[in-house]
Design a protein around this ligand. Structure first.
Ligand code: FE2
Length: 416
C-alpha cells in the first residue's frame, strides 16, 4: 500500500482524526510509524460515527483519506500540527511555600529513592521486566516537593555522584521536564506524564550492548546505528503498557530529534517533533552539560544555558521553548557561586521567575574574601542596588554551595 500516496496524491487529504466521518476512505500513506507514531493508517471505509470516535479515543491524531474512494464529497480542513505553546492553564510559578531548609531532607529522600528505582528498572529491563507502578509514586512525591519549595529539588539535581551518573541523570531529566511542564501551564497529571517520560527517556540504552554503550572510543557506523536506536528501543518497551498516556513514549522516541532535522531516529524537524520530545531534549541537554562526569567537569548552569542559547537555539533545540526554559531556571540558577558588583561573593539561593537576572543571593564573603555572616539579599527588591558581576565554578573558590544551601549531611560533592 506504500504506493497509495504517490498514485493518488491529488485525491489524498491529510486530516485530524476528529474530522473522520462515515463514508471517508482511510488509506495507508506509506509513512513509517516511527516518524508519525499517532497516524491512523488501517485502510478501509469508515462506516459509522462510533468507528470514527473509537479511532480518536485510541489516541490517534492524524489520518490520510482518499476522496475518490470515499462514498461522497467531503470538505476537509488540512491537518495542522497543534503545537500550542500557550497552554490553557496558568503557568505555575513555584513560589516557595516552605523555607528551603525545611524541604531539603524530604527532597533528598525522594531523589535518592528514585535514583535507586532507576537503577533497578535499567537492570530489570534486560530480563524483560518493567515495573512502572512505583514511578507514579516517585513522580508524585517529586512534584509535591517542588511545589513546596522547588529550590530543594533543583539544588539536589546540581549534585553529582560520578559513579551513578546514568541513574541520577534520569531522575534529573524527570525533575526538569515535569517542572518545565508545570511552568508552561500544563496541569499536574500532564506534567507528571512528562516527568515519567524524562525518567524513562534512556530506557532503551539498557538494551544496547554494554561494550558499545561504554566504548571509550569512536563507534563504527554499525555500532553508532545501534546506539542511535535507543529512543526507538525504549519507545517499544513502553508504548503498549496500559495506563500510559501517549506523551510518555512519544517524549522517549523524540528526545534526540533536533529542530533542524539533523537528529535521530527519524530526522524530524520543526513542529513535526512533539512538544514532549523538545521538553525532554531541553532537560537532557541541560543536565548533561552541567554534570560532572568521569572524563570532564560539568559546566556551571550559567555556562550551560549560554551554550544552549548561543549554539543550540533553533539548531538542536526549539527556540521559543528554550527561551522559556532559561526564564524558568533563571540566568543564575540555584546553587550558582557569584561575584557581586561590590566585589563580595555569594551563592544563588532562590530564583525570581519574573526577574531572571535578579535572583536571591546568600552573601558569604566580603570583597577581601573574608567570611561574613550569611545574609539573604533579594536582588529584585526595589531598594537593592547590588547586582551580579559574574558566575564562577565553585571549585575555583573556597565556597561550598551545598553547605550554604544547608543540604543534608552525606550529600555528594557539588559539581560547580
Ligand atoms: Fe538518549
Amino acid at each position: 500500500m506504500s504506493g497509495s500516496k504517490n498514485n493518488h496524491s491529488k485525491t489524498l487529504r491529510h486530516i485530524h482524526v476528529s474530522e473522520l466521518k462515515p463514508g471517508m476512505y482511510v488509506v495507508d500513506a506509506g509513512i513509517t510509524w516511527a516518524s508519525r507514531p499517532y497516524l491512523y493508517m488501517k485502510e478501509g471505509l469508515i462506516t459509522t460515527e462510533e468507528q470514527a470516535r473509537r479511532i480518536a479515543d485510541e489516541g490517534y491524531l492524524e489520518s490520510y483519506i482518499d476522496l475518490t474512494r470515499s462514498t461522497r464529497k467531503f470538505e476537509v480542513t488540512p491537518f495542522k500540527e497543534t503545537f500550542n505553546l500557550e497552554e490553557t492553564e496558568k503557568p505555575f510559578l513555584f513560589k516557595p511555600r516552605v523555607p528551603l531548609a525545611e524541604e531539603v531532607s524530604a527532597a533528598a529522600e525522594v531523589h535518592d529513592d528514585t535514583v535507586g528505582y532507576v537503577r533497578n528498572f535499567m537492570s530489570d529491563i534486560r530480563t524483560g521486566k518493567l515495573d512502572m507502578a512505583p514511578a507514579f509514586d516517585f513522580m508524585g512525591k517529586i512534584m509535591a516537593s517542588m511545589e513546596r519549595n522547588v529550590n530543594a529539588m533543583l539544588s539536589l539535581c546540581r549534585l553529582r555522584r560520578v559513579d551513578s551518573y546514568t541513574y541520577m541523570h534520569c531522575v534529573n531529566v524527570s525533575v526538569f521536564s515535569s517542572m518545565f511542564s508545570r511552568y508552561l501551564g500544563m496541569g499536574e497529571n500532564k506534567a507528571l506524564c512528562l516527568g515519567l517520560s524524562g525518567l524513562f527517556h534512556d530506557l532503551g540504552k539498557a538494551l544496547v550492548p554494554a561494550q558499545i554503550l561504554n566504548a571509550p572510543r569512536k563507534l563504527n557506523p554499525e555500532e553508532r546505528a545501534l546506539m542511535n536506536s535507543h529512543p526507538t528501543l525504549g519507545y517499544e518497551q513502553i508504548k503498549d503498557i496500559p495506563g500510559i498516556t501517549p506523551e510518555v513514549p512519544l517524549g522517549m522516541l523524540h528526545h534526540h530529534e533536533k529542530y533542524n532535522g539533523s537528529g535521530y531516529p527519524s530526522g524530524l524537524s520543526g513542529d513535526s517533533v512533539s512538544k514532549t520530545g523538545y521538553i525532554i531534549a531541553l532537560a537532557d541537554v541541560y543536565d548533561a552539560l552541567t554534570s560532572k562526569r568521569v572524563y570532564k567537569d560539568g559546566m556551571t548552569p550559567h555556562q550551560a544555558l549560554g551554550i544552549m542559547y548561543e549554539e543550540m537555539r533553533g539548531r538542536d533545540l526549539h527556540p521559543e521553548l528554550l527561551n522559556k526554559f532559561i526564564k524558568m531556571l533563571g540566568v543564575y540558577p540555584i546553587g550558582s557561586v557569584v561575584e557581586m558588583s561590590d566585589g563580595s561573593w555569594g551563592v544563588v539561593s532562590g530564583c525570581n521567575v519574573d526577574a531572571p537576572i535578579k535572583p536571591v543571593v546568600t552573601l558569604v564573603r566580603d570583597a577581601q574574601g573574608h567570611a561574613v555572616p550569611e545574609t539573604d539579599v533579594d536582588l529584585s527588591a526595589a531598594d537593592v542596588q547590588l547586582s551580579i558581576k559574574r558566575c564562577v565554578p565553585a571549585e575555583t573558590t573556597n565556597i561550598n554551595p551545598a553547605q550554604v544551601l544547608r543540604l543534608p549531611p552525606g550529600a555528594p560533592e557539588h559539581n560547580c
